[in-house]
Write a protein that binds this ligand. Structure first.
Ligand code: GUN
Length: 302
């Protein structure tokens, strides 16, 4: 079998166009332009690229976009005061602090300082709790992007065995919670594996849908999946590639070529989950602006 390639770039383009339409309508009908602020601390090259892409995407969708780039030497109090300023800025409906933060900054304290109504990353404990309770308000962008990729590719998770490899707050935990919800587009049976899981391959081989969010290049090999599996590869790893001008190339957490031979469908890296994350961030920003205009919608999850 040769896998169907789930093209995240194409799907993200459609979603970004939907976001742009929503922005135009809000601006024309209500005179409100959704605003996104992204805060980057330090000079991690990958994070810089992500932040630049988010800024560009928000601007292209017609949003107000503010990127705040702070040096590595920034103190925790300084970061907290930037977040406080953004919490009180009426032009900004959505705040994202790019992770990871430098070691001297307490990530939890920063996330908890974000006004939950502007927490489009869905990482504030309040929003994580709502997701867990089955009342999601802001679903983290990568998990929601994964769900959209599955649905838009015709792979409804309902009744399927989804195996998630990875238990991070950004991907593993929320995607497991999301796909096990009692709601359309979810209703999966979910198993979460992690670094201490015994007999990992025995479990991954049971997956109808396998989500790899491990952070190790080509960790999932062909012998770890069953024929016909649907594979979502969240990993973005740099590996040395002397033949390339920049000296490296990007690979996922899945051994793409070999696993493609067995899978029914697979996401590429790059061009899979990554672009979807940005597209869902734009939809969450639009949602935050809608909630700002109509607070009663928040309760309805509208
Ligand atoms: N770093 C990598 N992915 C993400 C994300 O989705 N949100 C934030 N805030 N930081 C990230």
């Amino acid at each position: 079998m040769s896998a169907k390639v789930m093209n995240g770039t194409e799907m993200a383009k459609e979603i970004r166009a939907e976001a742009a339409e929503g922005v135009a309508e809000m601006r024309d009908k209500h005179g409100i332009v959704p605003g996104l602020a992204v805060v980057l601390v330090g000079d991690d090259p990958a994070s810089k690229v992500y932040v630049r892409n988010k800024d560009r995407a928000a601007t292209e969708a017609g949003m107000v976009s503010e990127s705040i780039v702070l040096p590595d030497s920034t103190t925790q109090d300084e970061v907290l005061s930037v977040v406080r300023r953004l919490n009180g800025d009426a032009r900004i409906h959505a705040i994202l602090v790019q992770l990871p933060l430098p070691d001297h900054i307490d990530e939890d304290a920063v996330i908890e300082s974000i006004n939950p109504d502007k927490d489009v990353d869905g990482l504030h404990p309040f929003n994580m709790g709502l997701l867990m309770a089955g009342l999601p308000r802001f679903i983290p962008a990568t998990p929601e992007g994964i769900q959209q990729m599955l649905l838009r590719s015709g792979f409804d998770p309902e009744g399927k065995h989804v195996v998630v490899c990875g238990r991070s707050n950004i991907v593993g935990k929320p995607v497991a919670n999301l796909l096990m919800q009692r709601s359309a587009g979810s209703n999966a049976t979910v198993t979460v594996c992690h670094t201490r899981t015994k007999n990992l391959a025995d479990i991954t081989r049971q997956a109808d849908i396998l989500i790899a969010a491990i952070g190790q290049p080509r960790f999932i090999t062909a012998d770890m999946v069953k024929d016909g599996v649907v594979v979502i590869d969240v990993g973005i790893n740099q590996i040395e590639a002397p033949e390339r001008k920049r000296g490296y190339r990007l690979v996922g957490d899945v051994d793409y070529d070999a696993v493609s031979e067995k899978a029914a469908a697979i996401t590429p890296v790059p061009g899979g989950v990554g672009p979807m994350t940005i597209a869902m961030l734009l939809l969450n920003t639009l949602k935050a602006a809608r909630y700002f205009m109509h607070p009663h919608l928040r309760k309805l999850g509208g």
